[in-house]
Design a protein around this ligand. Structure first.
Ligand SMILES: Nc1nc2c(c(=O)[nH]1)N[C@H]1C(S)=C(S)[C@@H](COP(=O)(O)OP(=O)(O)OC[C@H]3O[C@@H](n4cnc5c(=O)[nH]c(N)nc54)[C@H](O)[C@@H]3O)O[C@H]1N2
Ligand SMILES: Nc1nc2c(c(=O)[nH]1)N[C@H]1C(S)=C(S)[C@@H](COP(=O)(O)OP(=O)(O)OC[C@H]3O[C@@H](n4cnc5c(=O)[nH]c(N)nc54)[C@H](O)[C@@H]3O)O[C@H]1N2
Ligand SMILES: [Mo]
Length: 554
């Protein structure tokens, strides 16, 4: 097979949530705060542990809630996942726990990979990760003996300069144990936004059209030109973390932003503000005035999920109907309607346009189901998914290539048996920024249960604000004592890029030397501190590691 990385391009879970929760003998959760950030799936996993005795290994620097259910919790230092996973594989090979038949028949490049893993003996790994050697052995044994174990991860794995390599190493891990392509096993990244999977499937990426058809392909270009009247050139576009710095470097002149609040959610806020001040033209399509709207030249009022009909595609590639529950207010319009009106005007001004012909609507969609009709024609994996079928209650997961196809709950089964999974030798890379004398703490950032990203929606919900009303910085009790945090519990956290002041939450959820902050509140957002260092392949920022100092506010 063309390399596992290619099929990971879609970033989807290889197995379905039901399959993982019901069939796995054990779960290896690494870098996912599952109960707070994926509460429904988190509940399924907790039930599996409690009621059918599934084992659970959690690898997370923080003592997150799901560790209460864990057979074993490994607390690696942030940014040391490759060393950790290589260390576990080193032990698996030492003990002869690898699946030799699977490796022999279904994988390639094992020897080169093995040579790299041999450089990660448990003692060395313990030094890099901070995880005791005995715990490494214990974890490897639980995972090797409970067949199959499902690996589950989220942003704790991907938001690093080594994010892509972290993911590849977890694929190595599952191949080594023969857990790939098995019910209850597989590689299971949990998607974040309700419809991020659908957005990617529909070509919301700089390198592909819908269904991951490359923008560099003339065939794909011709196909979409017929449907849309015009397309882009054959060049791969930029990702958001390139567009933003591109403003100050003269490469980005205008932005059309739909449903993002970069002032809150992009790394290094000071830099983002400077960029947005400098941009020539900014259009923002939002449902609320946000931190970013102050910089917009044009505000387009879209509508929320509750005011529109269409589909969301979830983390396990399942396409689900969303129905309009409340009427649209004021001047607000369906997001798709606004986009198609803009498209029509751009098309009218494009000299080399063609006239889309039936079955294409040429941007004159009757409603959301008419858009799905177009998707059926141009998107092979969605060819058989229609609003009518979903309305009848069919549970469809793509690939669903025909109207009589039942959908595909598990990926990789056939792909792996047809071709070979390729082992990738992966070495540990330290984070872009490590603690120094001046900035002695490691900062990691993320979310809390009660809020959603920049908080534009959740800070408007009274009940949520009653429970969680301001940013809290998690700080270990030993560090708090050293800082003299006695009754006075506001702290200032400072990185090389900025500074925030907030209330400390003194808790052993974080180990000594680590602090954890969220980006839900503009007055103390973690992104004032984060570093815009990017993974060279995915261009994801290293939100999960920065060096900071922590001071008492007097
Ligand atoms: N309530 C709520 N739920 C959400 C969201 C929200 O904003 N609020 N957002 C949604 C979105 S878009 C996303 S992407 C997901 C994110 O879901 P998650 O990725 O689960 O959430 P995060 O808070 O980013 O943190 C992930 C975990 O990584 C750990 N971690 C930190 N550094 C490291 C490291 O170096 N290695 C490892 N292995 N782990 C590390 C953290 O301690 C944390 O437990 O949540 C989704 N669900
Ligand atoms: N420090 C730090 N930063 C992070 C992360 C982290 O872990 N740490 N995680 C990153 C991740 S994984 C993500 S996904 C991003 C999320 O970052 P964003 O995408 O910027 O955050 P959201 O709050 O999900 O959505 C942005 C806006 O969309 C608007 N909106 C909601 N629904 C609709 C709609 O239907 N139509 C329109 N037009 N607008 C709508 C909301 O009002 C909101 O202001 O943050 C990233 N930033
Ligand atoms: Mo996300």
């Amino acid at each position: 097979m063309a390399g596992l990385a290619a099929s990971f391009g879609s970033g989807a879970m290889s197995n379905s949530m039901d399959d993982v929760a019901q069939q796995a003998k054990a779960f290896f959760i690494i870098g996912s705060n599952t109960t707070e950030q994926h509460p429904v799936f988190g509940t399924m996993l907790r039930r599996a542990v409690r009621f059918r005795g599934a084992k659970l290994v959690v690898a997370d620097p923080r003592r997150i809630d799901i560790t209460e259910f864990a057979t074993l919790h490994l607390r690696q230092k942030p940014g040391t996942d490759i060393a950790l996973v290589n260390g576990l594989m080193n032990i698996i090979l030492e003990k002869g726990w690898e699946d030799k038949a699977f490796i022999e028949e279904r994988c390639e490049n094992f020897d080169e990979f093995k040579a790299t893993v041999m450089n990660y003996p448990p003692e060395k790994v313990s030094e890099i990760t901070g995880v005791p050697v005995e715990q490494l052995y214990e974890a490897a044994q639980i995972i090797a003996e409970n067949k199959p174990t499902a690996v589950i991860w989220a942003m704790g794995i991907t938001q690093h300069i080594s994010g892509v390599r972290n993911v590849m190493d977890l694929a190595n891990f599952q191949m080594l144990l023969g857990y790939m392509g098995k019910p209850g096993g597989g590689v299971n990244p949990l998607r974040g936004q309700n419809n991020v999977q659908g957005a990617c499937d529909m070509g919301g990426l700089p390198n592909v059209y819908p269904a991951y058809q490359p923008v560099t392909s003339e065939e794909a270009q011709a196909k979409f030109q017929k449907a849309w009247g015009a397309t882009s050139n054959l060049k791969v576009g930029a990702v958001v973390t390139e567009m933003m710095p591109g403003i100050l470097e003269g490469r980005t002149h205008a932005l059309y932003i739909l449903g993002e609040d970069p002032v809150m959610s992009d790394p290094d806020t000071h830099h983002i503000r400077k960029a947005l001040e400098a941009i020539d033209f900014l259009v923002l399509q939002e449902i609320f005035p946000s931190e970013t709207s102050a910089y917009a030249d044009v505000l387009l009022p879209g509508v929320s999920f509750a005011e529109k009909t269409g589909t969301f595609t979830n983390t396990e590639r399942r396409v689900q109907m969303v129905r309009k529950a409340i009427p649209t207010q004021g001047d607000a319009r369906d997001d798709w309607w606004i986009t198609s009106e803009i498209a029509k005007r751009i098309l009218a001004a494009t000299p080399q346009r063609v006239q889309p012909e039936a079955p294409f609507a040429g941007w004159e969609y009757r409603d959301a189901s008419a858009i799905m009709d177009e998707i059926n024609v141009v998107t092979p994996s969605y060819a058989g998914i229609t609003h009518a079928r979903l309305e009848k209650g069919e549970r469809l997961q793509w690939p669903c290539p025909a109207k009589d196809h039942p959908g595909t709950p598990i990926l990789h089964t056939k792909a792996l048996s047809r071709g070979k999974g390729r082992f990738m030798p992966i070495d540990h890379v330290p984070p872009a920024e490590e603690p120094t004398e001046d900035y002695p703490f490691v900062l990691s950032t993320g979310r809390v249960l009660y809020h959603w990203h920049g908080g534009q929606m959740t800070r408007r919900a009274k009940g949520l604000l009653e429970i969680y009303s301001e940013a809290l910085i998690e700080l270990n009790p030993d560090d708090a004592a050293r800082l003299g945090l006695n009754g006075k519990n506001r702290v200032r956290v400072t990185s090389r890029r900025g500074s925030i002041e907030a209330q400390a939450w003194v808790t052993d959820r974080v180990p000594p030397g680590m602090v954890y902050a969220n980006f839900h509140f503009p007055e103390a957002s973690a992104n004032e501190l984060t570093i815009a260092a990017l993974d060279p392949v995915s261009k994801i920022p290293e939100y999960k590691v920065a060096a900071v100092k922590v001071e008492l506010v007097r």
